[in-house]
Design a protein around this ligand. Structure first.
Ligand code: NAD
Ligand code: USQ
Length: 380
């Protein structure tokens, strides 16, 4: 299969690109390297030393095969995007190229506007180009579990759609699950959903929206092939996600920063499974009558539960700090993930061995762990 990967230099996109190339697919990455630029802006960097793009590609050539790369801004250069799609003629496009941190999207006016402009315009540019270049192209988009909110208001979270009974008529209907975002970033994924509904209704595009949980881990089978293929590892209060933050805090003797009571439950997935699930979705495209939505998650854990695992295993201290976010202080969560499971997904769940792998990397990179970057989330 010929696959164009937008945002393929990022945390999820790079290991996915390697996996797809190794599986024999023709892979082209387009990325504007905005994420690397944000590291400079925030004076924070990946704990691992990620190689420059040229080194990544040359190393990948030796281990998994050729990967083409184009420097392109998906949101600001719709002409360039269209020309690239026309040139590559991909069977599928994977859309990772969005600003993905909730805290970053809540920093201030510039970041709120950037997140909306970049994410919504970028994803719309992709849809619009597909209509004109080749409506048969399958679009796989990385969405988020955060579109649902995290409550049990309607029971277990279904895969995108909610079956309802209309009180006025008694009729039954299936509707898009009511959007309940908790940040400007999460809101962009809700807006993306409406774009998909319209483009599928009007042009019959083939769209898969993967509502992914919080990703953790660093390495995958492919990034481990060579140190120069290493993935990025964020630990700061803006881009670091909770499990990786807790593991890096453990390795650096920093108390675990549980926000509030830690009663927040979230769905999690290991980075290796991100790559695996995207591959499964690509290799079994939908028919185009309805947006196909899969919940890309492995397991549910509470933040407090995660902290207790690290305390019990490594003796880490837990610090309960004021929650900088507006979110439910305590919630139960149950998530349906039968779609990807029906395609063969067997989730990797959190084990001591996997945690230990990440901890060893975090220990080796201790020189780069800057305590000033740990509690630097904006408050909202
Ligand atoms: P990331 O920031 O590491 O990667 C995103 C990549 O897209 C970066 O390389 C960045 O330079 C690029 N990019 C951003 N805007 C672009 C643009 N306009 N044009 C071209 N390239 C652009 O983020 P990630 O963790 O790899 O996330 C990838 C996707 O998966 C995002 O859409 C995110 O919302 C989603 N997701 C991530 C997680 C997670 O925990 N990391 C969980 C659920 C969903
Ligand atoms: N949290 C802590 N302590 C910390 C960091 C986070 O208690 O030091 C808590 C947060 O309050 C939150 C939970 O952990 O309740 C998850 O926070 P996170 O920063 O790990 O993840 P989040 O902001 O939700 O965003 C991440 C990705 C985003 C993706 C989302 C999936 O950055 O791209 O969409 O996970 S989900 O959470 O399922 O919506």
């Amino acid at each position: 299969m010929n696959i164009l990967i937008l945002g393929g230099d990022g945390f999820c996109g790079w290991p996915t690109s390697l996996r797809l190339a190794r599986a024999g697919h023709i892979v082209t990455i387009a990325d504007n390297l905005a994420r690397r630029a944000v590291d400079l802006k925030l004076s924070s960097a990946s704990l691992t030393d990620i190689a420059p793009v040229a080194t990544r590609l040359a190393t990948a050539r030796d281990h998994v095969g050729e990967i083409d790369f184009r420097l392109l801004d998906v949101a600001q250069d719709p002409g360039g995007l269209r020309a690239l799609i026309a040139e590559c003629r991909p069977d599928a496009i994977v859309q990772f190229a969005e600003q993905r941190a909730a805290p970053y999207s809540m920093l201030g006016d510039a970041e709120r506007r950037y997140t909306i402009d970049n994410n919504v315009t970028g994803t719309h540019n992709v849809l619009s180009a597909i209509v004109d270049v080749d409506p048969e192209i399958h679009l796989v988009h990385l969405g988020t579990m955060g579109v649902y909110g995290y409550s049990r208001e309607f029971g277990a979270i279904p895969e995108g759609y909610l079956k309802v009974e209309i009180a006025q008529t008694g009729n039954e209907a299936e509707i898009l699950y009511p959007a309940n975002p908790g940040s400007v970033y999460h809101m962009t994924k809700c807006l993306d959903q409406l774009l998909f509904q319209f483009y599928v209704k009007n042009w019959g595009l083939k769209v898969t929206d993967l509502h992914q949980g919080v990703v953790w881990g660093i390495e995958t089978e492919e990034t481990r092939l060579d140190p120069r293929l290493v993935n990025r590892f964020d630990y700061d209060g803006i881009y670091g996600t909770v499990i990786n933050r807790f593991i890096s805090q453990t390795a650096n003797g920093h108390p675990l920063t549980v926000y509030g009571t830690g009663g927040q439950s979230r769905a999690f997935i290991h980075i290796q499974d991100t790559a695996r699930c995207v591959q499964l979705a690509l290799e079994a495209p939908p028919e185009g009558r309805k947006v196909r939505i899969f919940n890309q998650v492995a397991e549910v854990q509470s933040v407090r539960g995660l902290a207790e695992i690290l305390r019990d295993t490594y003796g880490a201290d837990i610090a309960f700090v004021d929650n900088p976010r507006k979110e439910l202080p305590e919630n139960d969560l149950e998530v349906d993930n039968t779609g990807l499971r029906s395609l063969g997904f067997e989730p990797i769940t959190l084990t001591a061995g996997l945690v230990e792998d990440v901890r060893l990397i975090a220990e080796r990179t201790a020189a780069k762990f800057d305590t000033d970057n740990v509690l630097n989330s904006p408050t909202w």
